[in-house]
Write a protein that binds this ligand. Structure first.
Ligand SMILES: [Zn+2]
Length: 244
């Protein structure tokens, strides 16, 4: 039996048996793991309050035959969203990480991205802008970098450009059997920043709401054409973004 101390975040929680909880933790150097908190649902359990989704903490874990149980939680910051819309986005980011990443594969850069993103969700920054930053950075860190400067096939930039699963594409190179949408020069410029500008710089920029909205469809095309995953949170994110 090994004792391990790691920093990370709770990305999912489920009830397990009657009074236990199973937490999916995303940890530095360990990646995504499942761990158990015994008696977590009993109110007098000292881990009860701590074992919540979006908690950023240092976890003392007991490893036993590929199972982890949590011995202690030292809270660094509770990154719980402060309103319903932010809660939906935070759930979506965590689900994207949970569904796409493999168990026990360290992904420290993605952990940093997730923590930074959850931290700024409660700021004044436009939530749709935050979502697009997270999505295109998440995709890039997983090896999917959208082409943003010119057509991904012929390397030219024409008056009217489109967007498909590889990024920006011209009319001549467009494959009509694949999902695509139109994209304006302003949206291409924003996309270029999302992919190539550093996170800390990006959050100091501001873009017009209409340009940010233009990237809703490209972001969905890019994620769902490249990652074969089905997200429960997709439905409510679509509802929020289509109505705002
Ligand atoms: Zn082309």
């Amino acid at each position: 039996m090994n004792l391990i101390k790691k920093t990370g975040i709770v990305i999912c929680q489920r009830t397990y048996r009657e009074s236990d909880k199973m937490l999916t933790l995303f940890l530095k150097d360990l990646g995504k793991i499942n761990s158990y908190v015994h008696g977590a649902k009993k109110l007098n359990n000292k881990l009860f309050c701590a074992s919540q989704t979006f908690l950023y903490a240092q976890f003392l874990l007991r490893e036993n035959k590929n199972f982890y149980s949590i011995d202690q939680i030292d809270i660094i910051e509770n990154l719980s969203p402060k309103n319903y819309i932010n809660f939906c986005y935070a759930t979506y980011f965590c689900e994207l990480v949970d569904k796409y990443l493999m168990q026990n594969e360290p992904a420290n850069n993605i952990l940093i991205l997730l923590v930074k993103t959850l931290k700024i969700l409660n700021s004044q920054i436009d939530t749709q802008y935050i979502a697009r930053i997270f999505e295109f950075k998440f995709m890039k860190l997983n090896g999917f970098e959208a082409q943003t400067n010119f057509c991904h096939n012929c390397h030219q930039l024409k008056n009217q450009m489109y967007f498909d699963e590889n990024g920006v594409v011209c009319k001549n190179c467009l494959d009509p059997t694949k999902t695509f949408c139109k994209i304006s020069p302003n949206a291409i410029n924003l996309l270029n920043h999302l992919v190539h500008t550093k996170f800390n710089e990006l959050i100091t920029y501001s873009f017009e709401k209409s340009i940010i909205k233009e990237l809703i469809t490209p972001s969905r095309i890019f994620i769902y054409s490249n990652l074969e995953i089905n997200l429960n949170s997709k439905k409510f994110i679509c509802e929020i973004e289509n109505s705002k």
